[in-house]
Design a protein around this ligand. Structure first.
Ligand code: G3P
Length: 244
């Protein structure tokens, strides 16, 4: 199954996304939470989880820097927010052993801060549920993210892994579509990416042209629904006149 998630902690974006777009989860990290200003982090995350309900996943990142502390922090997060939360852990020297331990305990893990194929392979071998690849940041560092995605994808396929590549860190729509084309099973994007995708001037120009053509036939403000009503009204009034 392919997935689209929202990479934000902004409540109005999340409400809009859940109501209007095919969103299967919400991913957060400390920088995303910081953008929300002076918030109580756990209350905000609890609110996001409530909005997500049981149908969508919530991903929350640890910030500790030693393996023992990452594991403790992950358990604390689950204790506060529920054990169905995905704990995001950077694939680092300290993070990888934490991923391995937590996965063996049945914790849902999203391996994150991935810039290289090797990090993705290690996260896959450790059994992470999602492998979050930082596309834009990779491109900023002259790393081709699409090669990395396809290499990790063929590795995961080769080992029949259930780990899913979740592409993240986007600046434009093309990065998202190329991530899927290269083998990502999911993408987590800011609301602005979806708004940009739907707000292309050519889409609106096409819609306006269709409307003008329709109005040329049926008159201003008419739709497929109102022309039926109009026709019915015309038939009824003709029948009325005949009766008279
Ligand atoms: O989910 C990871 C992502 O938030 C990093 O994105 O935009 O900070 O590069 P960015």
């Amino acid at each position: 199954m392919y997935e689209l998630m929202l990479d934000t902690a902004n409540l109005s974006d999340i409400r809009e996304g859940i109501a209007a777009w095919p969103i299967s989860g919400v991913t957060t990290n400390p920088s995303i939470l910081r953008k929300e200003g002076d918030i109580d982090v756990y209350s905000r995350l609890a609110e996001i989880k409530k909005l997500c309900g049981s149908q969508r996943s919530l991903h929350v990142q640890t910030v500790s820097t030693t393996t023992r502390e990452i594991i403790e922090e992950a358990r604390f997060i689950l204790d506060r927010l529920g054990c169905d939360v995905y704990v995001k852990i950077p694939v680092s020297a300290a993070g990888l052993p934490a991923i391995k331990t937590l996965v063996s305990e049945g914790v849902k893990v999203t391996a994150t801060a991935i810039y290289t194929t090797m990090q993705g392979i290690l996260a896959g071998l450790a059994g992470a549920d999602y492998i979050a690849i930082y596309l834009n940041r990779m491109e900023n560092n002259c790393i081709d993210p699409f090669v990395v995605i396809s290499e990790i994808r063929s590795f995961l396929d080769g080992m029949n892994s259930r780990s899913k590549i979740l592409a993240a860190s986007f600046r434009n729509i093309s990065q998202v579509t190329s991530a899927f084309a290269s083998g990502a099973k999911g993408a987590t994007v800011g609301a602005e990416i979806i708004r940009a995708a739907l707000g292309m001037p050519s889409i609106n120009a096409a819609i306006e042209a269709f409307m003008e053509d329709f109005e040329a036939i049926h008159g201003a403000g008419q739709t497929m629904m109102t022309i039926t009503k109009m026709k019915k009204a015309a038939v009824n009034s003709a029948a009325f006149l005949r009766l008279k």
